[in-house]
Design a protein around this ligand. Structure first.
Ligand code: ATP
Ligand code: MG
Ligand code: FE
Length: 344
């Protein structure tokens, strides 16, 4: 079946067409430049941008794939989590298409989509695998039995997401918005062992209750204090070393906990997804530590890590193949949709 996927949970309007695990086209319009002016995302600004971009992006996807709308067998759309206004724009467009074409509609989970997209790149998933989804809004460890029907959340961040922490440290170091990629860049020129920043929730007292949870807000505060103390003492800030040491602390705790979870649950495949999986420090450390542990690491190329329509079409395709019942036409968008809810 040919699946049309629509993503609009944050600042990217994405529309893609997928057949099985084959991607026909992935069209994305981003409003990130508009948000850069405000140093963050204003939901109303994002909603309006989705409203303007939605129809042209759907048209671009259909034309680019060389298919007609009538050939589409099902529509998949992000039902959450995300910003309510932007989600509603996507859900309304999807509903209109489903009604007009007389095709089934599937509301799917954005965060699960960040993992699902890897099937388009590296092929069908194994029976059971671990997924680390790290983005601007989430840092979660998922044990996946079936991407279309059964996902367990082993742990998640108790405060900031990894990407969010990078964005905050970027602001602290005076880098442009969003700071994540800039901190990554700067970190490549620094010494990751220059400063020993704390690893949240790794103390033995946290092991029982928060074995697979993350916490990055203490780390971000530690970076802020370190920079402040240096400035107060009139010393120059070694920004590259700060960035590298911070980035290493994040990658260290993410990979250590994830690999421990793989071993304990006896899974030998790890999928990493979400906007933050573009991060080069995480990619390098995950590759090294997975190789050492005999774990197969699957990370999609960067264009599939940030928000896109392909991830939603990929999950929609898996859901349709699994025979899951379609959603009601009134997709209940849910800004804080639990990660264990794959379809609504
Ligand atoms: P969610 O998927 O949880 O709803 P989101 O959609 O806002 O959140 P994504 O678009 O998946 O998040 O990811 C964006 C985040 O990833 C931003 O915080 C951005 O700074 C961060 N990011 C992107 N590239 C890098 C990088 N190379 N290094 C560090 N952070 C990065
Ligand atoms: Mg985004
Ligand atoms: Fe996302």
């Amino acid at each position: 079946p040919l699946i049309l996927g629509i993503e609009s949970s944050c600042d990217e309007t994405g529309v893609a067409l997928v057949r099985g695990n084959d991607l026909l086209i992935d069209a994305v319009a981003s409003s990130v430049d508009e948000h850069a002016r405000f140093g963050g995302i204003i939901p109303e600004v994002a909603s309006r941008a989705h409203l303007e971009a939605m129809v042209p992006t759907i048209e671009r996807a259909i034309a680019g794939a060389g298919v007609t709308l009538a050939e589409v067998d099902a529509i998949a759309v992000t039902a959450g989590p995300g910003l309510v206004g932007p989600l509603t724009v996507g859900a309304s467009a999807a509903k209109a298409l489903a009604v007009a074409l007389g095709k089934p509609l599937y509301g799917v989970n954005h965060v699960v989509g960040h993992a699902a997209v890897d099937q388009l790149v590296h092929g069908e998933f194994p029976e059971r695998f671990m997924a680390l989804v790290v983005s601007g809004g989430h840092s979660s460890l998922l044990l996946v039995d079936d991407i279309a029907t059964k996902v367990d959340e082993l742990g998640s961040t108790l405060d900031d997401a990894a990407g969010e922490a990078f964005d905050k440290v970027g602001r602290l170091l005076g880098l442009p918005y969003p700071g994540g990629p800039h901190v990554d860049c700067l970190a490549r020129e620094g010494d990751p062992l220059a400063i020993r920043f704390p690893r949240g929730l790794t103390a033995s007292k946290d092991q029982a209750k928060h074995m697979y949870d993350f916490s990055f807000s203490g780390l971000k505060t530690a970076v802020a204090r370190w920079v402040e103390a240096h400035a107060d003492a009139g010393k120059p800030i070694p920004a590259a070393d700060v960035a590298a040491s911070f980035a290493f602390a994040v990658a260290d705790v993410l990979t250590a906990k994830t690999i421990a979870a793989c071993k304990r649950n006896d899974v030998s495949t790890l999928v990493v997804g979400g906007g933050f999986s573009a991060n080069s420090q995480l990619r390098e450390l995950a590759a090294a530590r997975c190789a050492e542990a005999g774990i197969t690491l699957r990370i999609p190329p960067i264009r599939f890590c940030t928000d896109n329509g392909a991830m939603i079409a990929a999950l929609g395709s898996a859901v349709v193949r699994a025979g899951v019942a379609p959603s009601s036409l009134d997709i209940p968008v849910d800004s804080s949709m639990p990660l264990t809810t794959i379809t609504v």
